[in-house]
Design a protein around this ligand. Structure first.
Ligand code: ATP
Length: 819
């Protein structure tokens, strides 16, 4: 058996992997470059320890996810048999330590039956505490307070320490939430009274248990002869301290990870744990796995050249023995619409050329909301896809909520939409009331809307208070109904998001999940805006019911999920960690998107964004495509984007770009692409779009939505889109300023040339002839095939290079003739 196993090790592992696997003479740090077989090494190492005679119950292996633990256990079982593998202590920090905590609960004043609160439970309790303390939960937003508490727990800061820390107090005071420490104190005691732990407590109390009960700590430290930790770069301070408590005596610990793939600081991960490991365990042996088995030489070199721009890292030289492969191809698109079409066209072309299945392709983006345009382009082409680790755009809760209001505005008798939002956002209309409405409606044979619109006539049995709440609801919906007659879909959707209270509900949650919901709602607005602009250009109606019609067709396809096994995968880069695909598209490579504007000027945050890009590139086996859109709708207007600074970080030898794309790689890095002057000039020429969008809500939040978002996303260069101009009476951006931007952008630094989208001019339109080439703001380059009609009704049929053939009503079309 031993001989077989050693032979297997010889066959399956390279020399450095073997050395890392067979080392059990003290602490070790295995730095595993991307695609270098980290999982293989961990699996073999545990199997090796078992073969060496270590007992499974004396081995503790901590993973980042339950899935990783399951998969690793299966692989170990294949090597050493199920019986041995089953006895291992293997799982996530939370699952392993909740098991230990249950056993030792009375040591720290809990019963062994303590309950574990999930995020929603814990937020509810925080909200209750805030209210009990007489504080305003609009100032003390539960999500924000929860994040502060979680952060403190992950750093092992207890309420008393929190309260006595001057720096923390001052920071909370500056953030206008000085009572956070008191809330934390009360929240903790409430959890204790209820015999409950929240998720972070599982780590915090484990640490307390080990630190304050040396005999318990000694028992576990003696029990575990070997501790292994996967994804060590993503551990937080509490996890790091727990590992230390368990291993400082025997020093039999092996941590595996890649500092270049540390991407979870927003969840408390601290890259310093891995960077400083060899200082903490000063006789630790360092193994570097540098051979990448996944990607072509070019992809590995491109990723190396990118990450070399980070200061904080453990030096390594990742290499590949695979074929050289093609350069990373960069696409510059006119708009997010064209970007999606380019990607989908490329998928179709590669499938034809290389006979690849759909599941060989992945589209990776920085934010969830970006899936919309790609989903729509894939659907249009009938290409099967799946969203990995999430829902498709129109299935997301916040989108369904807004759409439900839109449906009511168009048809208030829509029962499902009615039930979905009558008490969302919460307006004190309980299930009992809804049941009564349903019952009366059924007896009288009318719709639910009919009952609440005329409750007396239908003898709805509710009290005066409830009657008032129903009246407020019907007033809101009636307002929308009235507006559907006169307003277009963009105006109305904005109105709905604001007046329904959804904006207040969603935009006060600044947690990562909350931000993602905000981005989704914003993206829905972008979709509506895109719809309206397109329909205007096509000479078709732009009402809300037209938009809903289009959306319902999209959702219909959603339900009619094809049985196709092979699907294109769409996901955020964060969820792509650990996965690999023959072809990877990394989209939205723009400033203000990637790096995330939240990173601001913080070097630490920017380095993490760069690591995220590194993770994305290293998912690719054979082809890697990068794309950016030069404009996209944001905040109700077209915003021009500059290519991401990260594109400059890749050595030009490993990238290529089509010559006509108006982008060139240069030597000078990280300077502003478009000059400040041009941006300022352009901005000052813009009328206040906020008048239309009316996002301001100072009364409730102190700061406005736009202000917060612009803080979050940075100030973009924008121009009113045609529909914005039409509805609000604003004029489209003057050509002088646009030319100024083009002039400045063209000679702007960094070796990049950015040509903003074109705008239409009357002259262009009247002289338009078949055969002419045009540049359209969103559809990109195209050739005019025919011009028909006259005056206001002149239409052109244009065959676009990437976005197909379209008919444009010239009066509304935004393009310029290029030849
Ligand atoms: N010695 C080896 N010989 C051949 N192939 C190997 C070897 N080691 C690993 N591989 C293969 O390399 C690929 C990458 O391995 P794995 O997924 O474990 O990498 P990883 O280090 O976890 O990567 P990442 O951190 O980038 O997700 C896998 O397909 C794996 O089977």
């Amino acid at each position: 058996m031993i001989k077989d196993f050693l032979e297997k090790i010889e066959e399956e592992l390279n020399e450095e992997q073997r050395r890392a696997v067979c080392y059990d003479k003290g602490p070790s740090l295995v730095i595993a470059g991307a695609g270098s077989g980290k999982t293989r090494v961990l699996t073999y190492k545990i199997a090796y320890l078992l073969e060496q005679g270590y007992k499974p119950w004396n081995i503790l292996a901590l993973t980042f996810t339950n899935k990783a633990a399951r998969e690793m256990k299966e692989r170990i079982a294949r090597l050493v048999g199920h019986e041995l593998a089953a006895g291992l202590w293997m799982g996530t920090f939370h699952s392993v330590f909740s098991r230990i905590l249950r056993k030792e609960a009375d040591e720290i004043g809990f019963s062994s039956h303590f309950t574990i609160y999930d995020q929603a439970d814990s937020r509810n309790l925080i909200k209750t505490v805030i209210r009990e303390m007489g504080l305003d939960d609009k100032t003390y937003k539960p999500a924000t307070i929860a994040a502060h508490i979680s952060n403190a727990k992950n750093r092992l800061i207890l309420p008393e320490a929190y309260l006595s820390d001057n720096a923390v107090r001052m920071a909370d005071q500056a953030a206008k939430i000085p009572m956070t420490g008191e809330i934390y104190l009360r929240y903790m005691s409430r959890l204790r009274q209820a015999d409950v732990m929240d998720f972070d407590d599982l780590l915090l109390y484990t640490y307390i248990l080990l630190k304050e009960h040396p005999e318990v700590c000694g028992r576990y430290a003696d029990k575990f002869d070997f501790v292994l930790v996967d994804e060590y770069q993503d551990t937080n301070y509490a996890q790091h301290c727990i590992v230390w408590e368990l291993t400082q005596k025997k020093q039999q610990v092996c941590v595996v990870g890649d500092d270049a793939q540390s991407i979870y600081s927003f969840r408390g991960a601290n890259i310093d744990n891995i960077l400083n490991f060899t200082q903490k365990y000063n006789n630790a042996k360092l193994f570097k796995l540098e051979q990448n088995y996944r990607s072509t030489k070019t992809i590995v070199s491109a990723a190396n050249s990118l990450i070399s721009h980070n200061d904080r890292q453990i030096p390594k030289d990742v290499f590949s023995d695979k074929e050289k492969g093609s350069p990373l191809h960069v696409y510059s698109a006119y708009s997010d619409i064209e970007e999606a079409e380019i990607v989908v066209n490329q998928i179709a072309a590669l499938r034809r050329k290389e006979k690849m299945e759909y599941d060989g392709f992945a589209i990776l983006y920085r934010t969830n909301a970006q899936s919309r345009t790609f989903e729509e382009a894939l659907r249009k082409r009938g290409m099967p896809y799946r969203i990995y680790g999430g829902l498709s755009f129109y299935q997301r809760k916040e989108i369904k909520d807004v759409i439900a209001y839109c449906r009511l505005a168009v048809n208030p008798h829509d029962e499902e939409a009615f039930k979905r939002v009558i008490n969302y956002p919460a307006r004190g209309i309980g299930q009992t009331t809804v049941d009564k409405i349903v019952s009366v409606a059924s007896t009288d044979g009318v719709s639910l809307w009919e009952v609440v619109s005329r409750p007396e006539e239908h003898s709805l049995p509710v009290n005066k208070g409830t009657m008032g709440k129903l009246k407020s609801f019907t007033d809101i919906i009636s307002g929308f109904i009235e507006e559907t007659e006169q307003m277009d879909a963009v105006f109305l959707t904005q109105e709905i998001i604001r007046e329904s209270g959804i904006m207040r509900e969603i935009f006060q949650d600044m947690s990562p999940e909350g931000m993602s919901r905000q981005e989704n709602v914003q993206e829905l607005l972008n979709g509506v805006q895109e719809f309206v602009s397109r329909r205007l250009e096509e000479g078709q109606s732009t009402g809300l019911s037209d938009f809903l019609q289009e959306v319902s067709l999209l959702s219909d396809l959603d339900e009619d999920e094809s049985d196709e096994q092979h699907k294109v995968t769409l996901m955020t880069i964060h969820s792509a960690k650990g996965l690999e695909f023959p072809v990877v598209f990394i989209v939205g490579m723009e400033e203000n998107l990637f790096p995330s504007p939240m990173a601001g000027n913080s070097q630490r945050a920017l380095e993490e964004e760069r690591r995220l890009f590194y993770v994305a590139i290293t998912r690719a086996e054979r082809y890697c495509y990068l794309s950016f859109a030069r404009s996209r709708y944001r905040f109700g207007k077209t915003e021009f984007s500059n290519p991401s600074r990260f594109l400059h970080d890749i050595d030009p030898r490993y990238v290529e770009m089509d010559a006509q794309d108006g982008f060139s790689f240069g030597q000078t890095r990280r300077r502003k692409f478009a000059s400040e002057r041009a941006q300022t000039e352009l901005r000052s020429s813009l009328p206040s779009v906020s008048k239309l969008c009316k996002y301001e809500d100072e009364d409730d939040y102190g700061t406005s939505y736009r202000e917060r978002h612009h803080r979050a996303y940075g100030e973009g260069v924008g121009a009113s889109s045609p529909i914005v101009a039409k509805v609000s009476g604003l004029k489209p951006l003057g050509s002088v300023n646009r030319q100024a931007l083009m002039r400045d952008a063209k000679c702007g630094g960094a070796g990049l040339t950015v040509v903003p989208s074109p705008s239409a001019s009357a002259k262009d339109n009247s002289e338009l002839r078949a055969g002419m080439r045009i540049e359209h703001e969103r559809f990109g380059l195209g050739v005019v095939k025919a011009v028909e009609g006259s005056g206001e009704n002149t239409k052109a049929t244009v065959e676009f290079q990437n976005t197909g053939t379209k008919q444009l009503l010239l009066r509304f079309a935004r393009f310029k003739v290029v030849e």
